[in-house]
Write a protein that binds this ligand. Structure first.
Ligand code: UD1
Length: 418
């Protein structure tokens, strides 16, 4: 088990360039299977989720290689290889290969992705959308889902909830379906918009990205492209939280401030100084933070569930009481026990964490069980008295390229261990 050792109390100063976005690049990797020729994804983050997805693409016949920070995917030959449970467990984004393989090969076979530490994570909306486009979905044995279609035809898809992944899967299948597909109550997350931009650059006809209604003119010829992976809004948000926990002042370069506005609004209201400059976003801690009062996660443009844990880490040492409600994933509160062991005062009431701010956390040995929980423990440990050892640090490498190096460059005392 990997661990991180952090000695708290060092303020952070300096500049940092934010890595490419995990949640934007994984759907682009799936989409590359639709594009004959070599697609190049520049500024792709070297994280374990990307490596896991690359391995599955290779199993499907694509040639995947790194050229410095550019991930090159040659999908001239694609075969619908069975995707086993080990792969779907390593990265849930594999589920996007259902839409991509179905579109390209008319067949996709995959172990049903299970729940994970943050909740049940069903895929009924993904399957509903693919069926609407003509897929026949059956089980092969107890574990494998088999999606097949002699041909895909555009259709009307109305989601009961704007799922990010299901919207992306529907787009991936619809771009090669015959005719027009309309998606109602689509997810409007930036990562959906980036997928639309990427596919449109490759020749697709997708309108309405960033709204609840998408219209896709299917069947256009597609070609490989070179594309710059956008900055990761959650990594940027995590580093903002790190500065606001440890104290200091840092400039985050390569950010999309609009994509972060729900987060910056909450942090500014709590007393943080956040300013847009020509180079990026300047974040500064000025005195103690005030509690966030009531904060609730919601689909974009609401407050992102992927930033909930990191704000919980700030709320534990803010002045006053914060009520944090998690409305997207039911099990994001594993870290509550870990923070309480460090001296926090948090109690859980169903989907709400009620956080009474304390003066300071005490270092100790804690364990992460999911990616954003691990990031939140880092944020908390930066301000704690003494040394904190975070076990389960491998979770953080799923989404953060070099968290230890980045924070050390800003002045944190942090070491990686096994
Ligand atoms: C994506 C992100 C994840 C982020 C989440 C919400 C990636 C790789 N992951 O996950 O980091 O936290 O969006 O912004 O991009 N649901 C169903 N049925 C389905 C699908 C989803 O009920 O078929 C439910 C989920 O259980 C959850 C909610 O919808 O309660 C949101 O899930 P969804 O938007 O699909 O998240 P992901 O695409 O899995």
């Amino acid at each position: 088990m990997a661990s991180l050792k952090i000695s708290g109390g060092n303020p952070l100063y300096g500049k940092l360039s934010v890595q490419g976005s995990k949640n934007a690049v994984l759907p682009m990797m799936a989409a590359a299977l639709l594009l004959p020729g070599e697609t190049q994804l520049a500024g792709c983050p070297r994280i374990s989720d990307v490596e896991a997805m690359a391995e599955v693409l290779r199993a499907c016949g694509a040639v995947v290689r790194w050229q410095d920070t550019v991930l090159c995917i040659n999908a001239s030959e694609v075969v619908p290889a069975d995707i086993p449970a080990e792969s779907t467990k390593r990265t849930r984004a594999c589920v996007l290969l259902l839409g991509a393989l179905l579109a390209r090969c008319r067949r996709a076979v995959m172990a049903r992705p299970g729940g994970c530490a943050i909740g049940e994570r069903p895929i009924d909306l993904h399957l509903y959308a693919l069926r609407k486009l003509g897929a026949d979905i059956t089980m092969l044995g107890e574990e494998l889902l088999c999606c097949e279609a002699e041909r895909l035809t555009g259709g009307e898809i109305s989601f009961r909830f704007p799922s990010v992944g299901a919207t992306q899967n529907a787009i991936l299948a619809a771009v090669l379906a015959k005719g027009t597909t309309r998606i109602h109550n689509a997810a409007a997350e930036p990562e959906v918009v980036w997928l639309c931009r990427f596919l449109n650059r490759a020749g697709a006809g997708i309108a309405g990205g960033g709204t609840a209604h998408l219209e896709i003119e299917g069947g256009r010829p597609l070609h490989a492209v070179s594309f710059e992976v956008p900055p990761d809004r959650i990594v940027a948000g995590t580093y903002m939280a790190a500065v606001l926990s440890a104290g200091g002042e840092a400039l985050l370069k390569r950010v999309c401030p609009e994509e972060l506005s729900a987060v910056t609004k909450v942090l500014s209201a709590a007393g943080a100084v956040i300013r847009r400059t020509e180079e990026g976003l300047l974040v500064k801690k000025k005195g103690r933070l005030r509690a966030f009062d009531y904060l609730c996660t919601a689909p974009y443009p609401g407050f992102p569930t992927d930033m909930q844990s990191q704000l919980l880490a700030l709320a534990v040492c803010a002045d006053g009481t914060t009520v944090l409600e998690e409305k997207i994933f039911e099990s994001r509160f594993h870290i509550v026990n870990e923070f309480n062991r460090m001296g926090a005062d948090i109690y859980l009431d169903e989907s709400c964490a009620i956080v009474n701010g304390v003066r300071v956390l005490q270092g100790g040995r804690v364990e992460a069980r999911d990616l954003r929980g691990a990031a939140a423990l880092v944020v908390g440990a930066l301000a704690a008295e003494g040394t904190t050892i975070i076990d389960g640090a491998e979770y953080i490498y799923r989404g953060y390229e070099d968290v230890a190096g980045d924070l050390r460059r800003l002045g944190a005392a942090l070491n990686e261990g096994e």
